[in-house]
Design a protein around this ligand. Structure first.
Ligand code: GDP
Ligand code: IMO
Ligand code: MG
Length: 422
């Protein structure tokens, strides 16, 4: 068997959690391969809502194993809170969740460093979620990090102290002691709590599962335009959010990758700082935000809203090797007479149809094609044969531009509001 991948093609929050939850019955294992508590994946079913940050979105389906892979960074405090919230809903998390020994730990001082870094950047701040993501991945690549497997070592406290000392040297006289005092003991308590979740060598576990004919789905976090290599650098996260991240974040070889399901909204959003060519900093953007409830699932911040951006989407399909697409939140556009689709950019008077090197300092004017809206309520739609023609035209137009079939169409936040095309 091969590992299928589901990941975001835009700037995150495309609806990954919802679709992973929908397709989980087709899989034996759901595995996260990167990111950490910066993610907020929303699941809504049977009148319940749950936002997941570190736990894979298969956790509510019985008989599915959920794996937090080596590429993920873990904050024990957030993970404990998440487990407790799910247990309160009657799910036996400990029997359905496993954590890679090689996953790195987010220390309280990583979160302080994240805040310190953002404050020292001033107006140039990334708009980080302040979950300690950047500093933790820096320690990973700087070969200083602590991993979940270290918690099994008798020297763990000494390793922890050595890393904290490094952080204190960086922080100097920055005012952080109160935060550290508040969180350090809670952090160690949370690690104790996590002892009930099995630590595994997840690369062996997943490769054995593939050999045994089990079906594995890798669940991305963030989105392609936030990828550390291919996103709108430096306004990105600190991990590889693209398909290749599955290989390094789970120990799965490239020739073991099967379908790559790229997920996007029928429009576009971004939270945090950084370039966003099709942003609508006006009443249309505000309307999309209100109808689509575009407020961060992790931080509650307003999400910036804009029209769909084809050059960015084509780029994302290319670097991910997307084989299928899922289009989300089309219902949010139900009331729009017309919809704009960005087909090109204009840069220095020239028409550009690819995603350029560094768009931070470029004066980019999006060029739009206007398409007719469907002006009908899609939220009850169960079958595309009942869909308004304008909506079918919108899907067909995007497919013809992206050269990848749209095989999932989502028309509402609930699990049930999903159309799978054969
Ligand atoms: P993720 O990070 O990619 O999992 O996405 P988020 O959960 O952060 O954000 C997606 C938001 O849109 C959540 O509030 C979902 O409940 C909601 N959502 C998902 N699909 C749809 C849809 O098709 N229509 C509408 N209206 N909302 C949706
Ligand atoms: P999900 O998985 C949207 C953004 C932050 C910031 C930048 C860097 O829910 O789609 P970080 O905390 O990672 O150092 O922040 O990345 N960001 C997200 N935006 N969805 C996410 O995750 C995000 N995770 C990080 O807003 O701009
Ligand atoms: Mg999210």
């Amino acid at each position: 068997m091969k590992v299928d991948v589901l990941l975001g093609l835009q700037w995150g929050d495309e609806g990954k959690g919802k679709i992973v939850d929908v397709v989980t019955p087709d899989y034996n294992i759901i595995a996260r391969f990167q990111g950490g508590p910066n993610a907020g994946h929303t699941l809504i079913f049977e009148g319940q809502k749950q936002v997941l940050h570190t736990i894979p979105s298969g956790i509510f389906r019985k008989n599915t194993v959920n794996v937090i892979g080596n590429g993920v960074v873990i904050d024990p405090i957030t993970l404990k809170a998440e487990i407790e919230a799910i247990e309160a809903k009657g799910v036996d998390v400990a029997s359905n969740l496993m954590i890679s020994r090689k996953a790195h730990l987010i220390l309280p001082t990583h979160k302080i460093l994240d805040k310190y870094s953002e404050e020292s950047k001033g107006k140039k701040k990334i708009g980080s979620t302040l979950k300690g993501i950047g500093p933790t991945y820096m320690d990973k690549t700087g070969r200083n990090g602590l991993r979940m497997g270290d918690t099994e070592s008798p020297n763990f406290k000494a390793k922890y102290n050595a890393l904290v000392e490094k952080h204190q040297n960086i922080l100097g006289d920055y005012d952080y002691q109160n935060i550290l005092n508040e969180f350090e003991s809670v952090w160690f308590e949370a690690l104790e709590f996590l002892k009930k979740i099995p630590l595994i060598d997840s690369e062996h576990y997943i490769n054995q599962a593939i050999k045994d004919g089990k079906k594995v789905l890798a669940e991305g976090a963030q989105g392609t335009m936030l990828d550390i290599d291919f996103g709108t650098y430096p306004f990105v996260t600190s991990s590889n959010t693209i398909t290749a991240g599955t290989c390094t974040g789970l120990g799965v070889a490239p020739n073991r990758i099967g379908d790559v399901i790229g997920i996007f909204k029928a429009y576009c959003t971004r939270v945090g700082s950084g370039p966003f060519p099709t942003e609508l900093d006006n009443e249309i953007g505000e309307e999309i935000r209100k109808i689509g409830h575009e407020y961060g699932a992790t931080t509650g911040r307003d999400r910036r809203c804009g029209w769909i951006d084809l050059p960015a989407l084509k780029y994302a399909c290319m670097v991910n090797g997307a084989t299928k697409l899922a289009m989300m939140k089309a219902d949010v556009l139900d009331k729009f007479e017309t919809i704009q689709v960005c087909t090109h950019y204009e840069i220095n008077g020239e028409k550009v149809d690819y995603f350029p090197y560094d768009i931070t300092d470029l004066e980019i004017t999006p060029v739009y094609k206007e398409v007719k809206g469907w002006n009908k309520d899609l939220t009850q739609l169960q079958d595309l044969k009942d869909a308004p023609q304008e909506f079918l035209d919108y899907i067909a137009y995007l497919e013809s531009e992206l050269h990848v079939p749209i095989s999932i169409v989502s028309v509402g936040p609930d699990r049930a509001q999903t159309i799978i095309r054969s």
